[in-house]
Design a protein around this ligand. Sequence first.
Ligand code: NAP
Length: 527
Amino acid sequence: MQLTGELLIAGAARRGAGAPFQALDAATNEPIAQPVFHSALTADVDAACELADEAFDLYRGLPAEKRAQFLDDCAARIEALGEPLIERAMAESGLPRARLEGERARAANQLRMFAALVRSGDALDARIEPALPERQPPRTDLRFWRIGVGPVAVFGASNFPLAFSVAGGDTASALAAGCPVVVKAHPAHPGTSELVGRAIQEAVAAAGLPAGVFALLFDAGHEVGGALVQHPAIRAVGFTGSRAGGLALVRLAAARAEPIPVYAEMSSVNPNLLLPGALAARGETLAREFVASATLGCGQFCTNPGLMLGLAGAGFDAFAANAAREFSAAPAGIMLAAGILRAYERGIERLMQHPKVMTLARGAAAPGRAQAALLRVSASDLLADPTLGEEVFGPSSVLVECANEVELRAVLRKIEGQLTITLHMEAIDAELVHTLLPLIERKAGRVLANGFPTGVEVCDAMVHGGPFPATSDGRSTSVGTAAIERFLRPVCYQNLADGLLPDALRDANPLNMRRRFAGKPETPRAS
Ligand code: NAP
């Protein structure tokens, strides 16, 4: 597939009339010669959003099987992009082959998972409360289901160029909900974005869907993203990136004449609690596993373990010494983009210059590469200056020494909302954990025991969300089937004739779906 650097709108490719830009090789920061990408202008945003709005009713009204087949076809077409996709993504992101091949599989499986969810009808959450004419006062017939919210704007994430970008989790869940999608490509991987975007555009055409179901826009700056969020046809936004970027979009969305929700996944340091029993039983292994997790993918995971909390004592000191030794051996890493490297270096510099922060170890240094960093601070100093616990996106982590359990609780009370909180524990720690859990649940979307948070399973039971600033809306997840809920809204039909109701709510249950009927689960017929 030939890259052209064009916008994908209305089932066709067209050259943007905005500022040109080129992809940069993440390893060298040199431009990748072909192609030149051309930014969209407001007129392109208008065209993509208006077509998405026109496509919405037809797309959401498709039979479930047709929408599911379209999602399956998107998955197959992404896989069929083969080696050129992996090579382009490697050059643009600096991520290694194995990681990107895994990510491609995850992106495809995610689309197939949502296809299965669409087939099941479960996300529609159909409920029927039949009329009760004899009751005083009588009750009319009430039927509930959920429909797509309307066109969704998706901002591709820099750190998951396949699994959380053009056809990643946000796009897959929005399309599954029956919502057309307009993607703003991340400028750090535009070629990867175009390859995937063209595959989706082909799937739209092959399924005979209205072309407005999918569009891909490029921009080297903020204008297109801002215009997209403010476009009246857009009904919700999915975003992964910086806190500043996410909050800027939240403000734009809230200031619209008709405000819309922004599901922004932004900032998390993913505290790990090193409980005394675990440190005593396997402190050395824990230190090794921690450093492997903190430096994996050059630390560019939203679930990176960035804050390690433990109680003062010999076990914690030994953990610190072992982790420092492992960190010193960490190679210099390629970051996703020069801007992300600069932000990392600024963040580490700020911490290292702080009078209360001790630098325990730095990894190998190399020009244009990220140097891993392990830092240490006391809980009392962290409590006095909570900015020491803010995310520094990259291969770094801060060890926090708590004088006692009271301080540990105080830190947990003070920290901001998180995607994850991890407990490293043995049976002997269970009593303490029991008392900490209510506090931990208030702060995190996912609570783990004895593992590291960097692997995020895509499944029914996953939560990849959390209270602010982990996300802008802690009631949601961006990974797993529950991600579809962000893009659905409930509609109730009161006293509508059976012939006017959607199939999902008709008396005969022609789709043979799981529903609730008169307050009880209605079992589908055996097929
Ligand atoms: P970003 O700067 O937030 O950008 C993400 C996307 O949002 C880009 O497409 C960007 O467009 C757009 N955008 C940002 N601010 C905007 C605004 N004010 N108006 C309209 N659009 C806007 O994130 P990034 O480039 O991926 O990385 C920068 C930093 O984000 C990293 O150093 C890291 O700290 C953080 N980050 C965190 C996570 C996480 O999972 N927690 C993941 C990735 C990055 P343009 O680039 O074209 O302006």
